[in-house]
Design a protein around this ligand. Structure first.
Ligand SMILES: [Zn+2]
Ligand SMILES: [Zn+2]
Length: 475
C-alpha cells in the first residue's frame, strides 16, 4: 500500500520580502526528495555543506535553473512558487507497474466545491482535465456512481485521510498513485474556470490526474507534470504525451471502415440504415457513420438539424431521411453523399403524445410500398408522405402488430427484412414477414459487430409483409 503516495500541490504564500532562511529551504530539499534524512543514530545530524551543494544542484537541474549549487535569488524565488507537493525524486518512481490494469475508468465527485462554481462547471473541469489524457492515450473516462475508480473530493483542513489542507495558498490539492484513485482539492482555494484569475481547476485537475494515472513529476518545466503550477496551459506537452503513452499505449487512430461498433458512446438516440451503412445517433450530439467509421456532430451531416434526434429513418426508395425531434420532423434528401434539408422543413406536428418519439422504423408492405412507423411508449403512428404528417391520434398499440417487441425502445434499425429493436444494452430481431420477434434480449455488441459485417456487403432485398393497417391513408 506504500505506493499510495500522496501528492501535495503546494502554493507558497508569497511574502513581500524573500529572506533566505536556510532551514526552510532545507525542508524543501528534504520534502521533495533532493536530500534524504540520515538514518539511525545519525538521524539528527545536519547536512554537510557538500550534501547541501549537491542537493541544490540537483534541484536547480530538475527545475530548469542555472546550476550554481547555492541558494541564489532565482532558486529561492522558485522554491517559494506554487507547486505540487509530491516529491520530485522518490524511491520506486520509475516503476512501470504503477498503473491501472484497465483502460476504462469511471469517475465520481464525492464532495463538490462550496466555491461559487456551479456543480455542472466543476464536472466540466474534471471531464476536461481527464480528456487531455484520454485524447492521447488508450484511456477512456466515464462518469460513474459512488463506486467509481476515481473519487474526487473538495475539502478543507483535515478531511479524513490524515493529510490536512491549509488555508488559501500552500497546498492546493493532492492525489494518490494507482490504483487508489483518490483526488482531493483544497476548498480554501480560489478555484476558477477562468484561465487568467485564481487557480484554474481544469489544469490542476489534469496535473493531479497525471499522478492518479501513475505519472511522477517531470523535469521538463513546460510540461503538465512539472511540479510547479504555471497557471493555465492548453493540452499536454510532448513529454507528458510520451510518458502516458508508455504506460497505456497511444490512442488508437480512428481508421477508415472501423465500423460504428468501435466507438464509445453512452446513449443511442436513433438509428437508420443508409445505403450500405448504418447511421447511429448517439449521446444527444453525434452521428456515427458506419461506412467511414467517423463520428461527427449531427449538424455536420444534417445541416440545420438539432443536436439531438429522437428517431430517424432512411428511405432507400426515395433516398430521403426523416429525423424526428420533439414535435418536429426534418426531411433530408441524399445526393452525392450529402444530405440536403428539403424545402418546407422542419414541419411541426401537434400530436402531443408523439412529441419526443422513442424510435422510428421503415419497412415494405406486401405491395412493396415503404411504410414509416413512429413509436412512443406503447403506441404507434404512421408517417404519411402524401400529407407530410403523422396519422391522427388513435389507439393503435404496436404490440397489436409486432409481437414481442420490448416496451422501452431506444432506436429501431431496419436492415432489409430484419428489424432490430434496440433497448438498453439489448436488441431484439423481428423478421418483417413474420412480425414476431425471433431473437430476444441479445447483447448489443453482437448486433453492432453484425452490422459492420453487413455494411461491407450490402444486400438490399424488398420486404414482403402484410400489415393489418392498410386503412392508414397513404399516397
Ligand atoms: Zn504533482
Ligand atoms: Zn486528502
Amino acid at each position: 500500500m506504500y505506493n499510495l503516495k500522496l501528492c501535495f500541490l503546494v502554493l507558497a504564500i508569497l511574502v513581500p520580502k524573500l529572506v533566505p532562511a536556510d532551514d526552510k529551504f532545507e525542508t524543501v530539499l528534504y520534502k521533495y526528495g533532493y536530500m534524504q534524512k540520515p538514518l539511525g543514530r545519525d538521524k539528527d545530524r545536519a547536512p554537510t555543506e557538500k550534501e547541501m551543494e549537491e542537493a541544490i544542484k540537483k534541484y536547480q537541474a530538475f527545475n530548469g535553473l542555472e546550476v550554481t549549487g547555492v541558494f541564489d535569488e532565482e532558486t529561492i524565488k522558485k522554491m517559494g512558487s506554487p507547486r505540487c507537493g509530491l516529491p520530485d525524486y522518490e524511491p520506486g518512481q520509475s516503476r512501470s507497474d504503477r498503473k491501472w490494469l484497465k483502460n476504462d475508468l469511471t469517475w465520481f465527485i464525492e464532495k463538490f466545491s462550496k466555491t461559487p462554481i456551479k456543480k455542472k462547471q466543476q464536472k466540466e473541469a474534471i471531464k476536461k482535465g481527464l480528456a487531455r489524457w484520454a485524447e492521447v492515450a488508450k484511456l477512456n473516462f466515464k462518469q460513474g456512481e459512488s463506486d467509481s475508480d476515481l473519487k474526487i473530493q473538495f475539502g478543507v483542513k483535515e478531511h479524513g485521510d490524515g493529510f490536512p489542507f491549509d488555508d488559501e495558498g500552500g497546498t492546493l490539492a493532492h492525489a494518490f498513485y494507482p490504483e487508489s484513485g483518490k483526488i482531493h482539492f483544497d476548498d480554501s482555494e480560489d478555484w476558477q474556470m477562468d484561465k487568467h484569475v485564481g487557480k484554474n481547476l481544469e489544469v490542476v485537475a489534469a496535473h493531479e490526474f497525471g499522478h492518479t494515472l501513475g505519472l511522477p513529476h517531470s523535469d521538463v518545466p513546460e510540461s503538465m507534470m512539472a511540479p510547479y503550477y504555471k497557471g493555465f496551459m492548453e493540452g499536454l506537452h510532448n513529454d507528458d504525451i510520451e510518458r502516458i503513452q508508455k504506460l497505456y499505449g497511444p490512442k488508437e487512430e480512428s481508421k477508415e471502415n472501423i465500423g460504428f461498433c468501435d466507438h464509445k458512446y453512452t446513449t443511442i438516440n436513433a438509428a437508420m440504415w443508409v445505403g450500405s451503412s448504418t447511421y447511429l445517433f448517439v449521446d444527444n450530439l453525434f452521428v456515427i457513420d458506419g461506412s467511414t467509421g467517423r463520428k461527427k456532430k449531427t449538424k455536420r451531416i444534417f445541416p440545420g438539424a438539432p443536436n439531438s434526434v429522437d428517431a430517424a429513418i432512411f428511405s432507400q426508395d426515395t433516398q430521403k431521411a426523416l429525423l424526428f425531434t420533439d414535435n418536429q420532423v426534418w426531411s433530408y434528401s441524399l445526393s452525392g453523399g450529402k444530405f440536403y434539408l428539403n424545402y418546407g422543413y422542419p414541419k411541426t406536428h401537434s400530436d402531443e403524445v408523439f412529441s419526443k418519439p422513442d424510435a422510428a422504423m421503415i419497412m415494405k408492405d406486401f405491395e412493396h410500398v415503404e411504410r414509416v412507423f413512429v413509436f412512443k411508449n406503447d403506441s404507434i403512428r404512421e408517417w404519411v408522405p402524401y400529407y407530410e404528417q403523422l396519422t391522427p391520434e388513435s389507439t393503435l398499440k404496436y404490440h397489436d402488430f409486432f409481437i414481442g417487441v420490448p416496451n422501452h425502445l431506444d432506436a429501431i434499425l431496419s436492415v432489409n427484412k430484419e428489424i432490430a429493436f434496440l433497448s438498453g444494452e439489448k436488441y431484439f430481431i423481428m423478421i418483417s414477414d413474420e412480425q414476431v420477434v425471433t431473437i430476444t434480449g441479445t447483447d448489443m455488441k453482437a448486433l453492432l459487430r453484425r452490422c459492420t459485417k453487413i455494411s461491407e456487403q450490402p444486400v438490399l432485398r424488398p420486404f414482403y409483409i402484410t400489415l393489418p393497417c392498410s386503412r392508414v391513408i397513404r399516397s
